[in-house]
Design a binder for this molecule. Structure first.
Ligand SMILES: Nc1nc2c(ncn2[C@@H]2O[C@H](COP(=O)(O)OP(=O)(O)OP(=O)(O)O)[C@@H](O)[C@H]2O)c(=O)[nH]1
Ligand SMILES: [Mg+2]
Length: 296
């Protein structure tokens, strides 16, 4: 073991839409996880890696914790629970602009036994209506021992993020780093491409559609110095296909072009993307599909 080096698995946990994925991207300095204003954007345990002189923090982003008996939600909550079990530290993310309600109380009860290894990020300090005091009082009440590890941050501006990382490194146990310095994530190429397409789709579609779709990479091949990708946006019902395609194919075209633009910033290779829509009838109720998509 390298003397003095630190290494810690750190689970990012919090309500949906508090900015866990945005904060992860800010800490890693790269786009590791997709972001949207729609709750429950994150569906998998996504690793983002931060390397500093002190050592390595391996973050595990998780789906936002939400109460619902729906099959998919239960599956997403299992992802969050596994991440907590697998982690040395917890980064509990709160939204400074929202008052804590029942859902926040439940997360606090879940995390209370882990208070000694928890750091709290009160995020969105740049947003109007943000109230650090309110969040701090909540923490003092539920996590008295972690009171001094409660930070006002903004994932959007970067405010407070260095202090947050310093507190995490303080708590991190000594250990050998797991990944080489050049890594900021360990996601497979196909998964990353599917996530970028999903992000571009959910940011353009309304109502139930963002929750009703997933992206399937049907084929991926390197040929003539190009990555050829054939992908499907899969919706639950035949009637939803039209909205994803859009009038005269405008919507799917916009999703495809925006995805390519984003992928260009992540990958060095040229990418050819063939993007279509298909139906995976009621996939959110299908155990096999949920297992394939979520228990990766
Ligand atoms: N104003 C402001 N908005 C933020 C900040 N961080 C995140 N957001 C916004 O909050 C929304 C949710 O962000 P995400 O990062 O997807 O939130 P999340 O907690 O990962 O959400 P789930 O994956 O659904 O649990 C997006 O619209 C972000 O742009 C911040 O520091 N300030
Ligand atoms: Mg997320």
């Amino acid at each position: 073991m390298m003397p003095g080096k630190k290494c810690a698995f750190t689970a990012l946990v919090g309500r949906p839409s508090v900015g866990k994925s945005t904060l992860l991207n800010r800490m890693c300095g790269e786009k590791v996880a997709i972001v949207s204003s729609v709750p429950q954007t994150t569906r998998n345990a996504i690793r983002g890696i931060v390397n500093r002189e002190q050592g390595q923090l391996i973050f595990i982003d998780t789906p936002g914790r939400h109460n619902s008996q729906k099959k998919i939600n239960k599956k997403l909550m299992e992802v969050s629970e596994r991440a907590l079990e697998d982690s040395d530290l917890v980064l509990y993310v709160m939204d400074a602009a929202r008052s804590p309600g029942t859902e926040e109380d439940e997360i606090a009860s879940l995390l209370a036994p882990l208070a000694e290894k928890t750091v709290i990020a009160v995020n969105k300090m740049d947003a109007s209506g943000s109230d650090f005091k309110r969040a701090e009082e909540f923490i003092a009440q539920h996590f008295p021992s972690a009171k001094n590890r409660c930070f006002a941050v903004s994932a959007n501006t970067g405010q407070g993020v260095d202090e947050l990382l310093a507190a995490l490194y303080d708590l991190a146990p000594e250990g050998d780093t797991l990944y080489g310095d050049e890594y900021y994530t360990d996601q497979e190429t196909g998964f990353r491409i599917s996530e970028i397409i999903r992000e571009q789709a959910i940011n353009r579609l309304r109502q139930e559609l963002p929750h009703s779709l997933y992206v399937d990479i049907a084929d991926m091949e390197f040929k003539d110095e190009k990555l050829w990708v054939r992908a499907f946006i899969v919706v639950e019902r035949e009637s939803q296909k039209g909205m994803v395609v859009g009038k005269g194919g405008e919507m799917i075209k916009a999703i495809r072009l925006a995805s390519l633009k984003n992928l260009k910033q992540i990958f060095d290779w040229k990418i050819d993307l063939d993007l279509r829509v298909k139906t995976g009838k009621d996939w959110r109720h299908n155990d096999h599909t949920l297992h394939r998509l979520i228990d990766r």
